[in-house]
Each structure stands twice: as structure tokens, then as C-alpha cells.
Design a protein around this ligand. Structure first.
Ligand SMILES: C[S@@+](CC[C@H](N)C(=O)[O-])C[C@H]1O[C@@H](n2cnc3c(N)ncnc32)[C@H](O)[C@@H]1O
Length: 372
């Protein structure tokens, strides 16, 4: 059995009967649990509460949705304009989450939640559709296999389960650690692919303070129990920054470890980040000043902001640095009269002379600015 089969077996059992040792206890807001059936509340295998990051109107994707608890909590938070998509590879977990879909839809007044069968490292391919294909066209010859592979390529490209740039917020609760090590990079790339430009992620998961030795990684019980497949803490931040996410941060960090195995601490965290649009940047004379207290900060793209320096930024960066993901780290300066847009081609960290923004608008507080 490979690790994925061990994981499937373990969570089939967890869907059948509550397994208290799977993942750490979390307290969720009582008002969001009020409309959930007790069975879903009990079969909770999460380690955090990513629903804290859901906003009204969001399209939310929950990776490894299990019994559907976080999806049904998010469905209340997104409101009438929003929707929630849960993806899980396990039939028994999907059956549990789908069992209450009608009941919750009746309570909400509409059906805002859908559950798909799929592997979260391959969000373009619906396993519901794969099963349907195989029911009608079983594969037993090489020609049939080639046809099946061509069909998969076509589905991924032309009818993906989760389309490119289609999700406002990707959430997950204690699942990324269960994905095979060799597919973790693809998983993070898939998350980046499906988030809309300007969209966000909030991933609750287990991290470890040191990489576990091979013997621990090969232990199916520790792997399927959300332990030995955990990202090392620095590795998790780097993995999301490398695919292009910005403002990657541990927004939650459990002080006491959930488990200590062979001296290595495993704890719950929630990682948040945003996908900033990548397009031609324009220069209209904006600047930002990093407030401190550090001497200098550097972002995922290598842009450096020395404390107190007026650093020239594009119009797009000016907006992004004020959209809340960076708190109130930056004072944002708009020139009194905006220059006509030209391509932004200054070297990273270039100083903007004070004369450019003097007498213009200064934004000191967090919040979206409808600049320009
Ligand atoms: C620890 S449980 C968490 C379930 C749920 N998020 C919660 O908070 O209760 C992990 C879930 O992820 C699913 N899962 C594990 N690996 C997966 C993968 N590669 N693709 C899709 N689902 C996966 C399991 O079937 C299981 O339902």
C-alpha cells in the first residue's frame, strides 16, 4: 500500500466512526455550528479554523473537505452572493458531507455548497467524471488506455474541475500534510493556479520544527495521522512564496506543540497569503515609506524597503501594499498631481525624491484606496 492508500483507509474509518486521535481539538464559533448536524461536528479532523478568513460574496474552495464542517460554516459566512466548493478524494467522507447537503440548503434558503471527488494535487481532474468514464468505457487494452489518457488531458484543459483564476479564497484544514511528498510542489502550484488574481489563501495545517527522519516518514500511522508528512515551518513559507504568493505569513501559531515525536515538535498553524495580479506595472509617481521597527524589510519578489526611506512603487504595488495583507507597515504617498502612466522600470528599492510626493495625499491607515 502506498501512503495515499493508507490515508484513504484511515479516513474511511474516520468517516464511519469518530477517531479522536486524528488532528488537534479546535474550538469553532458556536453560532456557526448551531445549524450543523451533530455527526458532522463530531467527525471533525481539523487543526485550525480557516473559516475566520471568509468574506461575504467569496467563492471558497476547501481542500480535503472531509465531513464538510468548514464548508457548511463558510456557506453561512459567504452569504447569498457566495458559494463554497469542497474537494475530497475519499468516498466515505464525501458521502458524509453530501448526506446533509439538502438539510443545510433548506436552512440557508439555497444550496451554496458543492462537493467534488478529486485529489487536491490535481484540481483540474474530477474523479467523479473519471469514474463515470470508466463505467461506460472500461480500460483493458493499450488503445483504450491511450484514449483514456487523451480524454484526461482534454478534461483538464477544457472542462477542469476547478478552473484557473476562479476562487476568491482557498482554505484547508489539516490536509496538505497528507499529500505525498513528491506531489507537494504540484499541490502548491495547483492552489496558485485556481486562486483569482487578488484572491487569498488560509491554510490551517501541521508544521514541524525540524524535518522528520526517513523512518518517521515511512510510518503509515504517523503519516496518515497528520504528523510525519507535515511541512517543516520554513519550508512551508518558502513553498508558497516560490510559486508566486505574496504576504505569506503564519497568521496563527499554536504555542504548545500538538505532538512531540522523537523530540520534534508538531504544531498547528494557519498560513495566509495573497495572489497579487502579475501584469505590466505603471509608474505615476507613488511612493511608500516602511515605518519600521526593523531596519529594512524585503518581500517575496526581493523588493527592499529600508525604514524611513521614500521608495518608488508602481501604481499596482501602491494599491497592494495598502490592501490589508501588510497591516499598517507602510505609509503611502500619492503625488499632488498624478503623472501620466509610463511603464514602471525603476530598480527595486529606488528612492523617490520627496519633491515628487510633497503636498500630495498621505494614507496612514489600513484600507483600500481608490487611488488614481
Ligand atoms: C485530517 S482530515 C480533515 C478533514 C476536514 N478538513 C476537517 O477539518 O475535518 C483529511 C481529509 O483530507 C482528505 N484527503 C487527504 N489527502 C487528500 C488528497 N490528496 N486529495 C483530496 N483529499 C484528501 C481525506 O480524505 C480527509 O477527508
Amino acid at each position: 500500500m502506498d501512503m495515499e492508500e493508507h490515508v484513504a483507509k484511515r479516513y474511511s474509518q474516520g468517516a464511519e466512526q469518530v477517531e479522536p486521535s486524528l488532528c488537534c481539538p479546535v474550538s469553532y464559533p458556536a453560532e456557526l455550528l448551531a445549524m450543523l448536524p451533530q455527526e458532522i461536528i463530531d467527525k471533525d479532523y481539523g487543526c485550525g479554523n480557516p473559516s475566520l478568513y471568509v468574506q461575504p460574496g467569496d467563492t471558497v474552495l476547501d481542500l480535503g473537505s472531509g465531513g464538510g464542517k468548514v464548508c457548511y460554516m463558510a456557506a453561512q459566512l459567504v452569504g447569498t452572493g457566495g458559494r463554497v466548493i469542497g474537494v475530497d478524494m475519499n468516498d466515505d467522507m464525501l458521502a458524509l458531507s453530501r448526506k446533509y447537503q439538502g438539510e443545510i440548503a433548506a436552512k440557508l434558503g439555497e444550496d451554496r455548497v458543492v462537493f467534488h471527488k478529486g485529489r487536491i494535487q490535481d484540481l483540474a481532474l474530477s474523479l467523479d467524471k473519471v469514474e463515470e468514464y470508466l463505467r461506460h468505457q472500461p480500460v483493458s487494452t493499450l488503445d483504450q488506455l491511450n484514449e483514456f489518457l487523451a480524454w484526461q488531458r482534454d478534461m483538464r484543459q477544457n472542462a477542469p474541475m476547478i478552473a484557473d483564476n476562479s476562487v476568491d479564497l482557498v482554505i484547508s484544514n489539516c490536509v496538505l500534510n497528507l499529500v505525498n511528498e513528491e506531489e507537494k510542489r504540484q499541490l502548491v502550484q495547483e492552489i496558485y493556479r485556481v486562486v483569482k488574481p487578488g484572491g487569498r489563501i488560509a491554510i490551517s495545517d501541521i508544521v514541524c520544527d525540524e524535518l522528520p527522519p526517513e523512518a518517521l516518514k515511512k510510518d503509515p500511522h504517523l503519516w496518515s495521522g497528520c504528523i510525519s508528512g507535515a511541512f517543516q515551518e520554513r519550508e512551508m513559507i518558502t513553498a508558497f512564496a516560490q510559486v508566486g504568493f505574496s504576504a505569506v505569513a503564519f497568521s496563527e501559531w499554536q504555542a504548545a506543540p500538538w505532538q512531540v515525536v522523537e523530540g520534534i515538535e508538531f504544531r498547528s498553524v494557519t498560513l495566509t497569503a495573497v495572489k497579487h495580479p502579475r501584469h505590466q506595472e505603471s509608474d505615476r509617481g507613488h511612493a511608500v515609506i516602511y515605518r519600521g521597527p526593523f531596519a529594512v524589510v524585503e518581500d517575496e519578489q526581493g523588493r527592499r524597503f529600508p525604514a524611513g526611506e521614500r521608495v518608488a512603487v508602481s501604481t499596482e504595488s501602491f494599491r497592494q501594499l495598502g490592501d490589508g495583507a501588510y497591516g499598517d507597515a507602510f505609509i503611502r504617498l500619492t503625488p499632488p498631481r498624478l503623472a501620466s502612466p509610463t511603464p514602471f522600470d525603476l530598480p527595486s528599492g529606488s528612492r523617490r525624491p520627496a519633491t515628487v510626493t510633497r503636498g500630495g495625499h498621505t494614507a496612514l491607515v489600513i484600507g483600500k484606496t481608490s487611488c488614481c
